[in-house]
Each structure stands twice: as C-alpha cells, then as structure tokens.
Design a binder for this molecule. Structure first.
Ligand code: SF4
Length: 218
C-alpha cells in the first residue's frame, strides 16, 4: 500500500483521508477561518468536525488533494496518530470566563509549545481547566490541571475508555512555572516506567500511585 500523504490518516472507506491542522488550544482567528472555509469549498471536503479534544478534523479528501490543501492552508499538521502527546486542550479560564480561578490559556499555550507531539510510551492527552468545574475534562486526561484560588492542582492518569479511569491528585497550590516543571517530571517518570503502549493510568496502577508520586516528587 502506498504511503499516506503528509499528515493524513486513511479513513474507514480505505480510500479517502483526514487531516487535523494544528490549532493551539482550539484558538482560531478570522484569516485562518477564511482559509479553512476556502479549502473546504474548493476541495469539496465532505466533513469538517470539531473533535472531542477541541481539534478540527477535515475528513474525506482524496489523496492527491492533501498536499495542495496543506500548501493553501499554510498550517502544520497536529499530532494525530502514534504514541505521543496528541492533544492539549484548555478552557478559556480567567481570560474570558467569570468562574475562572487561574489562567488556563497561558498555561496551556506553554504546555502545548513544550510538549505537543513529544514521543511517549503511548498516546497522551493534557487538559487544563481554569476552575473546579473542569470544562477541559482534566480528570479524564493523562495529565490534568485544575485552577483553584490558591493555584494549580495537578492530576495524573485519567482517561476515558471502555473502562474510564479518574485521575489521581498529585499536587496542589502550584504557580504556573511550578506546574510546568511538574509536568516535565511527570512525562520523564512516565517515559522511564511505562511499558510500550501503556497509558499513564495503567502504569500508575501497576507500580502504585504512592510509588509514582515518590518518583515524581522525590
Ligand atoms: S472550567 Fe471553570 S474557568 Fe474553565 S470554562 Fe469551565 S467554568 Fe470557566
């Protein structure tokens, strides 16, 4: 079978492709929206869908259209497959939401810049919520952040699946820089401890949360 075109994933019809242009945290401006609308019309892309991870998937394009579409969009592909940091999602936080306790967009952009696409033992999702209402689903993400009046609470090992796992609370009361440093350490320990293909929550269950916490916090 021929290689898939750049940044494209073969669909279940075994014929057409999907792409996910990178939109950090789902933030989008007017020129980008226009470019997206133009390529959707021009190439008659049948499905444009905001995914559960706040990403935009363009689905159902012909193989030969993929590269021209990337060129016209002038955007990078988001990491869509493979064992890596797939998505960083964040709620609007204090930038917009009156319930916000912490600035989820600033933390999210820094985490996205540092970790998006980073190779890990399995797929890995990050969710940043500006308050305990958790609109960015922090407790069902491999690494989650919850803004509280005294700072960031960091949670680890959550995921939604056939058997959902709710994340464990690792630390609280952190400022932004402390939260980023802790995220680095979590990814480092996960890389060292996990078996190939093992989600972080499964690693924590295997070695115990107490042991994982000790390795991360020292
Ligand atoms: S998690 Fe809190 S701050 Fe973020 S959008 Fe929801 S209510 Fe607002």
């Amino acid at each position: 079978m021929a290689d898939a075109p750049r940044g494209a994933v073969l669909q279940r019809d075994n014929e057409t492709y999907a792409i996910i242009p990178k939109l950090k945290l789902g933030l989008i401006d007017a020129p980008t929206l226009r470019k997206l609308a133009d390529v959707i019309e021009k190439y008659q892309i049948p499905v444009a869908k905001i995914t559960g991870s706040m990403r935009l998937a363009l689905v159902g394009m012909k193989a030969e259209d993929v590269e021209p579409i990337w060129n016209e969009l002038g955007m990078e592909p988001a990491p869509a497959v493979g064992p890596c940091v797939r998505s960083v999602q964040a709620c609007p936080g204090t930038a917009v939401c009156k319930m916000g306790k912490q600035d989820s967009l600033t933390l999210g952009l820094e985490l996205d810049e540092k970790f998006s696409g980073k190779e890990l033992p399995s797929k890995f999702k990050i969710g940043i919520s500006g308050c305990p209402f958790c609109c960015a689903e922090s407790y069902v993400r491999d690494l989650g952040f919850v803004g509280k009046a005294k700072g960031w609470t960091v949670v680890v090992g959550g995921f939604g699946s056939v058997k959902t796992r709710v994340a464990d609370e690792l630390a609280e009361g952190l400022d932004k820089d402390e939260a980023v440093k802790l995220a680095e350490k979590v990814l480092e320990v996960y890389s060292e401890q996990a078996k190939k293909g093992e989600r972080l929550g499964r690693t924590i269950d295997r070695i115990s949360f107490e042991q994982f916490k000790k390795l991360v916090l020292g």
